[in-house]
Design a protein around this ligand. Sequence first.
Ligand SMILES: NC(=O)c1ccc[n+]([C@@H]2O[C@H](COP(=O)([O-])OP(=O)(O)OC[C@H]3O[C@@H](n4cnc5c(N)ncnc54)[C@H](O)[C@@H]3O)[C@@H](O)[C@H]2O)c1
Length: 285
Amino acid sequence: MEFVAGKLAVIGAGLMGAGIAQVSAQAGWDVVLRDVTDEALTRGTDGIRASYEKFVAKGKLAAADAEAALGRITATTDLDAVADADVVVEAVFEKIEVKHEIFRALDKIAKDGAVLASNTSAIPITKIAAVTERPEAVVGVHFFSPVPMMQLVELVRGHKTSDAALATARSFAESVGKTCIVVNRDVAGFVTTRLISALVVEAAKLYESGVATAEDIDLACRLGFGHAMGPLATTDLTGVDILVNATGNIYAETQDEKFAPPELMRRMVDAGDIGRKSGQGFYTY
Ligand SMILES: NC(=O)c1ccc[n+]([C@@H]2O[C@H](COP(=O)([O-])OP(=O)(O)OC[C@H]3O[C@@H](n4cnc5c(N)ncnc54)[C@H](O)[C@@H]3O)[C@@H](O)[C@H]2O)c1
């Protein structure tokens, strides 16, 4: 289906929300970007401008197109500004209470027929949708970081997500240049976080028990399987704390031992060795 870019609202101007606003405005969507403070909005829009400038400097985007895209983004703290959006993407903190507050409000404000999407990495869409009177309109639209570079969007069906909402979410994601996979049941961790969690847990266990060095485990995945990055380097980049949290949540729901965060990773978090952002993880930076 050819999708004509329409009106998009993005809730949360952090790393992900700003990225989603950036690629959408570039694809012709009129974007309302909403956050709770002017500081967060300024940070978000400054980041978008800087990223467009990099693409212009590399010759990948015309300066006039970057200017036009910026002109399509309206930053606001007023949630009522989302009222005429065709698609709303929520990208606030990964906390169910915060998401519930947003979806309760969206249910009152968003127009009939709007698709209400969440960029959650792991919270079941059914749980988010449960506070609305229109759970059929709620769908997971999981982008990856950094949004302008990463090709994948994981579309996630909640228990009551309609085919129409899923189709609109797919059209939106494809219109901004992404390729989608569909997760038919909103199991903990969806498909992507489940796969990376299983791999990271096993890699950490092999390392922890002295079977191989971190370098060799990562090399095995890079040279043996063609992965762009090994699992331990990926963990350092994403944050050991983030992975312990993600695998721990999947373990809590499934009770499947293969997702239980290894002791070493839990101790690394206790010690503050959480990867690149702290200077020390499986590797030293
Ligand atoms: N960071 C990643 O790599 C990544 C990847 C995929 C998905 N996600 C998911 O995307 C979502 C956002 O993550 P992020 O990394 O952009 O977080 P972030 O902390 O960078 O940004 C969150 C933003 O939400 C804003 N916010 C909080 N409450 C709000 C409210 N009530 N209304 C409007 N804005 C509000 C905050 O001010 C902040 O600017 C999370 O659900 C996260 O799990 C993150």
